[in-house]
Design a protein around this ligand. Sequence first.
Ligand SMILES: NC(=O)c1ccc[n+]([C@@H]2O[C@H](COP(=O)([O-])OP(=O)(O)OC[C@H]3O[C@@H](n4cnc5c(N)ncnc54)[C@H](O)[C@@H]3O)[C@@H](O)[C@H]2O)c1
Length: 356
Amino acid sequence: MGQQLLGVAVVGCGVGVNHIAQGYRRHPDKFRVQALCDIDEARLAVVGNEFGVPRRTTVFDDVLRMDDVDIVDICTPVRLHFRQILAALLAGKEVVCEKPLVGSLAEIDRVIASEKAAAGRVMPIFQYRFGNGVQKAKRIIDLGIAGKPYLATAETAWKRTSKYYEAPWRGRRETERGGILLMHAIHSHDLMIWLMGPVASVFACTATRVNPIEVEDCAVASLVMRSGALASLAATLGSQREISRLRLCFEHVTFESKQAPYSPGDDPWEIIPASPEAELRIAEALADYRPVPPRYEGQLGAYHAALTSGGPLPVTLADASTSLELVTALYHSAATGAVVSLPIAAGHPSYNGWAS
Ligand SMILES: NC(=O)c1ccc[n+]([C@@H]2O[C@H](COP(=O)([O-])OP(=O)(O)OC[C@H]3O[C@@H](n4cnc5c(N)ncnc54)[C@H](O)[C@@H]3O)[C@@H](O)[C@H]2O)c1
């Protein structure tokens, strides 16, 4: 991509506001938000005025025709993502899209095929990866210093009340496609897999106990990783004090995240070496560590560098596919009571959509 200043259209003014305030606006030399799209005219006007966005539209296809829009950033409810991603790729745009990327493994495979044939690429959002605690852990693990993975625990203890479910698409199977496993714990689970490696099998139980909704709001799961390590996931939307916590035990080091619910990747993480030798190797590995800006600012800054250099995207469709494969396996296990082995290929009963 030749030019440095990239034009963006943000579609969906819910979390889209965070993309602007905590992302694009922190990089005024890299991005300009040229257009906003939302079917809610009142929301469109409020957000457009707040951020001084020059063009606003209630029609998604309008942004595809704007020549000064290089990037279409999709922040709409999940049921719309698949169609909007494909349309934006077809229009020759770069695409950013919120989690969960789409509603099935079949859909993500179609997005992967469309990306191969398109000029633009698709960057899924996993902004929690952009925190200095998790980034340091990733560096230590990737350098081989942590050694053999033993066991991980990932907790997502958040709180959602009836107010959250006032948005009519939430809590309904048809429009939200899933509950805590798909919408909330997906972040911690992404971090866990990113650090511990691929999953071999899962056994999960889900329940709806906190709010009167169609999808699950409590879940537990036991995982066997392909390395042989074990992992335990626990998630609820009924916790009076909200936390996210990851604890990862490796041969030479144990990592423990901070507990801030919506920034678990941020510093400080406890990094506990097993020996003075491991401590020295960790200190050497982190000696030239350069901090990343947090969350959306970090992911979108790295995105700009990838677009302008042609280098790999900081988060890819392969990452989103790995995440949705775990979601699919967890839901299939919870629905059938069976242990589910990964990978999940075409032909699997849940390949075209999970039963949440
Ligand atoms: N990464 C994160 O931490 C994070 C946080 C919150 C939400 N999300 C994700 O972002 C997405 C949106 O969630 P939200 O909480 O912002 O929901 P929301 O309901 O608050 O906002 C969605 C907006 O999209 C608009 N919209 C609906 N249909 C549209 C259409 N056809 N064209 C244009 N706009 C349309 C709605 O009017 C609404 O303003 C979901 O996929 C959700 O999972 C991610």
